[in-house]
Ligand binder design. Sequence first.
Ligand code: DGL
Length: 270
Amino acid sequence: MDNRPIGIFDSGIGGLTVFKEIRNLLPHEDLIYFGDTARVPYGSKSVQVVRRFSAEIASFLTLQNVKMLVIACNTASALALGTLKTETSLPVIGVIDPGVRAAIKGAGEGPIGVIGTRATIASGAYQDRISRLRCNLRVVARACPLLVPVVEENLMHSDIARMALEMYLGDFKKQQVSSLILACTHYPLLKDLINEFFEGKTLLIDSARETAIEVREVLQARRINTAATQAGRETFFVSDSTEAFADIAADFLGRPVAGECFLHSWQNEP
Ligand code: DGL
């Protein structure tokens, strides 16, 4: 038994989609969430920069005494999971393998679509893993860089969101994809609109639920579940824009969030 919290991070609010599933599955665990709202988006940044940001957040969460790290961000999972694993003795879980598992379960005969950030799509992480597991499944992948700012700006129900989806998803409709992987943890926040675009005919897949299941498995395998029987504590840190984060998070989680602003001068550290 281990009563320390689980650390979960993303470049912004997208990782809350994973946080929510972990909370549903593990109601007694204490959770600490970190959203790097000062430096979002990660999807347009280089491998080195995403690795450095991820390592900094992992160090911060380690100082908060977490027992495990969940990278609730596809971009950081694609670019930094391997290096983070070598830099910490804590168990580290990313969202890509759980996402691929969810996709393979739901894919049918395809073709299967993948949408994500520029960095995630360019890394080929989903395309490679899917073709290794189901080599005859055709994969159509596309980067959708405007969708993260739409979500971070709380414009999920706006005409701008609709126009961006039309621009990015038209081709998937033409190619009649049977399922679409939302390979960015921000995108499930646009699920209703994406469903509307496909008129409910395309299965939308995200990694949040599978990731939560993997977290539970790791806790059990290492015997580090909490012994607590009361509802777990939740702490949220962001690197900037606390109020905007608190508003969207409260909307999405359906309850107010206690925010703490983690103010840290990343660049000017001695
Ligand atoms: N939510 C993230 C992901 O899953 C990152 C988006 C971004 O910061 O560009 O890729």
